[in-house]
Design a protein around this ligand. Sequence first.
Ligand code: SF4
Length: 342
Amino acid sequence: MSAREHILPVFVPHFGCPHDCVFCNQRHISGEQIPATAETVRRVILEAGQRTDKHEKLQLAFYGGSFTAIPEEDQLFLLQAAREALDRGAITSIRLSTRPDAINEEILCRLRTYGVETIELGAQSLCDEVLRLSGRGHSAEDVRQASCMIKNAGFHLILQMMTGLPGDTPARSIATAEEIIRLKPDGVRIYPTVIVRDTALYTLWQRNEYREHTVEDAVSLCAQLVPLFEGAGIPVIRIGLNPTEELSAGSAVAGAYHPALGELVRSRILRNEAESLLEGTAPGSRVCLEVPPGKLSQMIGQHRENLRFLQERYALSSLRVKTGSNPGDHEIRFFIEKPVES
Ligand code: SF4
């Protein structure tokens, strides 16, 4: 997908999905109550066409449930409406999300016929125990096989993983990330677990049979995962659930729900980098960090949290941050502004 492509989401919530993943109540997560129809697709495209520049690229995205697991007839109505829009140039591409065990050669052939370009797979974990305890109903091997089939068939592949699921640990999440990297997707989304009202996970949590994956747990873990993916050349295109009115109004009762989770993670990554630079700095030093352009507020952190943390951690007498002048620079540098007098 080109960077300038604008996504038009159409949610297909829990529409025909025969599974009951412990964390899922698609209606609360997507904020949609009524399943999408061909008419929804036409309306979304028409409205987008009216409010966007005609040169803007529009990608129709079927998100939410498991697209290729809904009844075939319903898939065809939705795909047909999307294909018509593609053929007349009202949209430039189609993407959809689905389950790893709802992919086979026949399904891929159908998706190709209707012009689908990108398939997102909800892998969630590559640990079978985590998948089992989360009620996913598919195995890690299903993820491997579906990923290979999608790539071999020439689609763009996006893999979604979750952190903090029942039975998960940071080490298991890191192992999942490492295996995802070996599957060579074109991008990754990371969804730290949120406890949504009226889900099996909510009941487990109320009974103290599941320990909440807090925002801090998620930020700390994702700050390790994101550099793994990006170091392997795999873009991380989303961190955390899209905030919706319903989630923010109380459906998200606990867990890693934060409207700016991605920003918190990016900020933590910079803090971690700064920590490794400042290791060994004499207490009482006056330090200046120089960060790449565009990273200043992430380095400072929400409510100056990063600066406070680093200053306390290294007992610095002062810590200031400035933006470097070279736009091509991606490194953080630090300078001792005034050495400690002995
Ligand atoms: S497969 Fe997807 S839609 Fe179905 S229950 Fe699981 S998360 Fe929800």
